[in-house]
Design a protein around this ligand. Sequence first.
Ligand code: GTP
Ligand code: MG
Ligand code: ZN
Length: 308
Amino acid sequence: MTTGIVVKSVGSRYRVLTTTGDTIDCVLRGKLRVKGIDTTNPVAVGDNVLFELSDDRKYGLITEVLERRNYILRKSSNLSKQSQIIAANLDQALLVVTVILPKTQVEFIDRFLATAEAYRIPAVIIFNKTDLYGPEEAETMEELISMYERVGYRCLRLSLRNGSGVPGLISLMKGKVSLISGNSGVGKSTLLNILNPELKLRTEEISDYHKQGKHITTFPEMHPLPFGGFAVDTPGIRGFGVVDMERNEIYHFFPEIFRAAEGCRFYNCLHLDEPGCAVRQAVEEGEINWLRYRSYISILNDENTKYR
Ligand SMILES: Nc1nc2c(ncn2[C@@H]2O[C@H](COP(=O)(O)OP(=O)(O)OP(=O)(O)O)[C@@H](O)[C@H]2O)c(=O)[nH]1
Ligand SMILES: [Mg+2]
Ligand SMILES: [Zn+2]
């Protein structure tokens, strides 16, 4: 019996990296079931597994999935209630954003952060392409950084073009399992290629983004980093999705709103226009940033709460 970590999952095949550094292609032993969640895939990237070698020693048979510290999901399809585990055992979720080319929307960032809170995975915001920012864009970035740092999120300024911020990024990721997310074109593949030049992932010229139908089906993959740790790449999945948040608990995932809500008159306050709402008051007094409150309201009003 050997232990290893699943670094790639394609259909019913899993690539497992052992503690001694070997990679073994594995399949599941027939009866393997994972308790607790209704998922279409019992094993995902990041899972720690036990496996046996087949008789011809050519492949492994996964016999057990060890307990997960956390995992992220997406719905298998819009109609299905079943979910798919995208990745497990993440140390942090890095969201790559850009102020221009393309412009990342605050609401997109906030949905990502709220989802990370719901999954209890620490999130970090990485502002990339700083080499392209003029004074105006730089100011926008600094305003966003001070807004998010006040809430308690770590932010990083990065240019993959001129290398500024790369040492900070490496020390952030060293020895950790990091999910890399962000809109198309923000530089995720470029980032992975810089961290591990052996990867040679395809990157896309800015002018190509607007072309539609660029939906290549790919599979989540965990790339070992030369300085220790892993980057989890989920191509085609922009944010990370679908936690079923109850309407009255969405504010739990906005840390500053949650803190302010202690002062609300009603215990079931949704912080809309209830009398004695301490959250509204904090927004009016500028204690809570209006943009963050707007994102909260937008998620609250989202009927079929999709977090993408
Ligand atoms: N000027 C500048 N361009 C960058 C920087 N980082 C990435 N780019 C460019 O931005 C474009 C998109 O980068 P990708 O790495 O392909 O973006 P991606 O996030 O992987 O995009 P998808 O795969 O579509 O999700 C490429 O042309 C990169 O060369 C940067 O820091 N500065
Ligand atoms: Mg890419
Ligand atoms: Zn309230």
